[in-house]
Ligand binder design. Structure first.
Ligand SMILES: Nc1ncnc2c1ncn2[C@@H]1O[C@H](COP(=O)(O)OP(=O)(O)OP(=O)(O)O)[C@@H](O)[C@H]1O
Ligand SMILES: [Mg+2]
Length: 594
């Protein structure tokens, strides 16, 4: 299964692949990118002009011959302007480019979200929500960072460095240029080497971060269970255990950052000292005047500051790449249940369903269904009964094509379900699942979820049919009452009725009820069963039930035992056989009379 290696270390090779993925998003906003680049050039120009103006100011002040105060004033104004231009165009650049990064973040975010929802049950049963959301968050932030800094930092900083080196060489000979170049090379080499060495600490910290988030989310989702077992302290300890790992990973991270920054500072300081020494000795020797000294100093600061920043950017880019890769790995996970290329839409009306010789196992070492053959004729109601764990719900998951079969086939309306699109197949089947989980929205919207385009009247009708109206009228806020996360503010039976109303609203030709009324008292159950009978009229339906009294009117009853069909027939026929079903029936009858 592909998702197994989702947590693996991202490999280094696919960095270009990331650039390739980001490129189209940049191109989409071509004009904006160009405009932002224009601002960047203007900002840099202001940056390079500044030191020259400074030199002339100093020279003007220094030369005794200048009596006019005008020249320095004009120069001072120009200097201020150059600085302002530098900052202003820098800000403009960021503002203009913001749209590009946000647009890309949105597009990639929705792409990942879509992809996750297209992945099948198997992925979602194995995922960890907390870590997953963290990975996506880090990934999209990484994209924004990468775009901004790659375009506006790495390339321009290098251009600036070469410009300054050129100016120094042209004006003052090879001495300064050589020191600068050596420092830049040493700095870049050291930064890359040290960052590579640090990567494992960064990754460790990220993994610890996701793990602790997983722990927190999982624990908070299960708050009810935590309280029932008064395990608050236990949960806190487990979370703290993860946090401790995170703390220690961050510590290593920080210490390695310290060595990186320390090394960088050493290189820069050495270079600055060397340049200062050279400049001082030349001024002393009279081959350079004070203005040149100031110019060199200004360039030095201007050069080494962004260089210092470059170290940070490189580190962050590496981190971003790792984060993006982690997110993109999600996109690489493929569905284990594939749609074939020539899959067609399942067209209504859909009639019969046939399981023929179906064998299935979730894992190779344990077979769940063995040679199950079962026909549900058009408009018929077929019930499946059997012990817990016999594989009843599994039959439904297979019908929905959440998993591929090991052997045999399932056909619906005469077409193999593997030859139709999963969407059209799933639209054709309405289900009331065994456990209903609701969205944290109003009761009304939760019902409408069965058919989002339905108008209010249709939703009200479904609510009435599912006998929810009585319950809703008791609520202070009526059908606008929020149901809480996962629907936990409703009782089990209420949730079941919401699920039934949803399914009624969906109006699919095939209906499946997986213990749809198991949480209801017998009076409500009776009322709903009557309603369901009306709804199911003319539909092909599959019913799973523990309480046999609810399915005696089924056209056929199938008894499943350890994944095999052991008996099938009508209620009367099965009673006469005096087999499994009859035993179950009499046992339940006896229980009831007691
Ligand atoms: N995703 C899964 N991975 C591995 N095993 C699974 C998975 N889902 C279900 N099983 C196993 O398959 C068996 C059949 O499960 P199924 O849900 O079909 O039972 P059931 O007949 O509906 O039982 P119940 O009446 O309790 O709902 C169970 O033993 C269960 O542990
Ligand atoms: Mg079940």
């Amino acid at each position: 299964m592909q998702h197994g290696n989702y947590a693996d270390e991202p490999n280094k090779k696919i960095n270009w692949h990331i650039i390739r993925i980001i490129w189209p998003y940049l191109m989409e906003y071509r004009n904006r990118v160009l405009l932002a680049l224009g601002c960047l050039i203007l900002a840099k120009l202001g940056n390079v002009i500044g030191p020259f103006i400074l030199k002339y100011i100093v020279d003007a002040l220094d030369a005794e011959k200048t009596q006019l105060i005008v020249a320095p004033v004009a120069l001072v104004m120009a200097y201020g302007l150059a600085r302002f231009a530098n900052v202003l165009f820098g800000e403009l650049r960021d503002t203009i480019f913001g749209r590009v990064t946000e647009g890309a973040m949105r597009k990639i975010g929705i792409k990942v979200f879509r992809h996750l929802h297209h992945l099948d049950l198997d992925f979602h049963l194995n995922r960890q929500t907390g870590g997953l959301s963290r990975d996506i968050e880090r990934g999209t932030t990484g994209i924004s960072f990468l775009m901004r800094f790659f375009v506006f930092n790495i390339v321009p900083t290098f251009i600036e460095i070469f410009m300054v080196v050129g100016i120094l060489f042209y004006n003052y000979g090879w001495g300064f240029a050589l020191i600068t170049l050596t420092a830049v090379v040493a700095y870049v080499w050291f930064s890359i080497a040290a960052t590579e060495w640090r990567t494992k600490f960064v990754r460790e910290a990220n993994i610890a971060d996701s793990a602790s988030n997983n722990r927190a989310v999982d624990s908070l989702l299960n708050f009810e269970t935590v309280k029932y077992f008064t395990n608050e302290e236990f949960e806190a300890r487990r979370y703290d255990h993860e946090l401790a790992k995170w703390e220690s990973a961050r510590r290593k991270n920080r210490l390695s950052l310290f060595s990186l920054n320390g090394g960088q500072a050493l290189i820069i300081s050495a270079a600055m000292t060397a340049m200062m020494w050279l400049a001082t000795s030349r001024v002393a020797a009279g081959t350079m005047n004070l203005g040149d000294f100031v110019l060199i100093n200004a360039f030095m600061i201007q050069l080494f500051l962004p260089l210092n920043f470059l170290g940070f950017v490189y580190r962050e880019i590496k981190g971003s790449m790792a984060n993006i890769e982690k997110m993109l790995q999600l996109l690489d996970i493929t569905n284990s249940v594939d749609e074939c290329a020539e899959a067609k839409m399942l067209a209504p009306p859909i009639w019969d369903i046939e399981f023929s010789d179906v064998s299935f196992s979730y894992r190779p070492d344990r077979i769940i269904l063995k040679n199950v053959s079962l026909t549900i004729a058009a408009g018929q109601k077929v019930a499946v009964v059997g012990a817990s764990g016999a594989g009843k719900s599994t039959l439904i998951k297979l019908l929905f094509r959440f998993y591929d079969l090991d052997r045999g086939s399932i056909t619906i309306g005469g077409t193999d379900i593997s030859h139709v699109t999963k969407n059209s197949l799933r639209q054709a089947i309405g289900i009331v699942p065994q456990d209903t989980v609701l969205f944290n929205d109003s009761v009304f919207e939760n019902v409408r979820y069965g058919h989002p385009e339905a108008d209010d009247t249709e939703v009200y009708n479904a609510i009435c049919l599912a006998h929810l109206d009585n319950f809703i009228s008791q609520l202070p806020e009526g059908h606008q009452t929020l149901v809480g996360e996962r629907g936990l503010k409703l009782s089990g039976g209420e949730k079941q009725r919401v699920a039934i109303a949803r399914t009624i609203l969906k109006r699919s030709p095939v209906l499946v009820f997986d213990e749809a009324t198991s949480s209801l008292d017998s009076k409500s159950e009776k009322a709903i069963l009557t309603a369901l009978r009306e709804v199911a009229e003319g539909h092909t339906s599959l019913v799973i039930a523990h309480r046999l009294s609810t399915i005696i009117d089924a056209d056929k009853i199938v008894v499943l035992d350890h994944g095999r069909i052991v008996e099938q027939g009508s209620h009367e026929a099965l009673l006469e056989r005096r087999g499994h079903y009859a035993d179950l029936w009499f046992a339940q009858q006896k229980e009831q009379s007691q």
